[in-house]
Design a protein around this ligand. Structure first.
Ligand code: F6P
Length: 317
């Protein structure tokens, strides 16, 4: 089952789960539209050929949804009954925070074994260095930022480029470093407008001919439009523009890195279930396979690297 916001590489993970399970002599079912489909009994058996030719495709062949009904006991009970009807006795849930919050409650209520795979572009899960889709999303942002840099340089403009990340600045930080952004604004740190305007003005006086400020959508000062407006009030002489990248970051063919990560984690999820893991997320930390209990994966915050944030500013001077 895939659930929550989709991410590139989910299909590669589905493929790995299906084929590993079949290799291990298990029957495999696909649950469509996340917890919504589980409640509506949208469940179909999958075979090796069901996952042919999908490793390179973005999105998820199983579809996905955010489910309000699964937050209610009645919805979860219906989901449990549907699983029993199909003789399904373990679940692999590919998703992010919301998915694992639901999985944790469901596991406790019905003592039902679940392994989670970290599938989100946000990379905001504790218990894995990288989530499935994060690398691809960063590459999408960098490709867009490079194009923006071209036009920014031609017109001598300052661009505010908004990237995804409601609660976390991982996409902003890594893509910002990779595209040489002048500033990176993330939810994990406070943005001081006076400071930002002072440094940007300084950049311009030093004859910078373009600028890119990467703004994570969850920054405390607001999105890119808000930040741009405030900066423009302080330095009206700079010509500014705003670009919101939006859902383009969630699509596209997964990078080689994400395909390998998703394949490895899908394989490990099945092995983990057979080894008796029942309520944890499979991840890879420092090249070591790790199973982190759902509660920890959701509640422990993965810290953003503040030194890298500082470094990005020095490198943009
Ligand atoms: O959780 C992944 C994510 O892409 C966030 O970065 C973003 O804020 C959110 O999903 C958008 O969700 P939706 O597609 O439901 O609008």
């Amino acid at each position: 089952m895939t659930s929550g916001g989709d991410s590139p590489g989910m299909n590669a993970a589905i493929r790995a789960v299906v084929r590993t399970a079949i290799f291990c002599g298990l029957d495999v079912y696909g649950i469509y539209r996340g917890y919504e489909g589980l409640i509506d009994n949208h469940i179909e058996q999958m075979y090796s050929h069901s996952v042919s030719n999908i490793i390179q495709r973005g999105g998820t062949i199983l579809k996905t949804a955010r489910s309000k009904r699964f937050m209610e006991y009645q919805g979860r009970l219906q989901a449990f009954n549907n699983l029993k009807e199909h003789n399904i006795d373990a679940l692999v849930a590919i998703g992010g925070n919301g998915t694992f919050t639901g999985a944790s409650v469901f596991n406790k209520e019905f003592d039902f074994p679940i392994i989670g795979l970290p599938g989100t572009i946000d990379n905001d899960l504790f218990g894995t260095d990288s989530t499935i889709g994060y690398d691809t999303a960063i590459n999408t942002v960098v490709e867009a930022a490079d194009k923006i840099r071209d036009t920014a340089t031609s017109h001598e403009r300052l661009f505010f480029l908004e990237v995804m990340g409601r609660d976390a600045g991982f996409i902003a930080l890594r893509s910002g470093i990779a595209c040489g952004a002048e500033f990176i604004l993330v939810p994990e740190t406070t943005t001081y407008i006076d400071n930002l305007a002072r440094l940007l003005r300084h950049d311009w006086r030093k004859n910078k001919t373009s600028g890119i400020v990467i703004v994570a959508e969850g920054d405390d000062m607001g999105g890119a439009y808000e930040v741009a407006k405030k900066v423009k009030e302080k330095i009206p002489e700079i010509d500014t523009r705003v670009t919101i990248l939006g859902h383009i970051q969630r699509g596209g063919s997964p990078s080689a890195y994400d395909r390998v990560l998703a394949s490895s984690l899908g394989f490990l999820a099945v092995k983990g279930l057979l080894d008796g893991h029942r309520d944890s997320m499979a991840g890879i930390i420092d090249k070591v396979v790790t199973f982190t209990p759902f509660e920890k994966a959701i509640k422990h915050t993965k810290d953003i690297n503040k030194e890298m944030l500082e470094m990005s500013r020095i490198l943009a001077l």
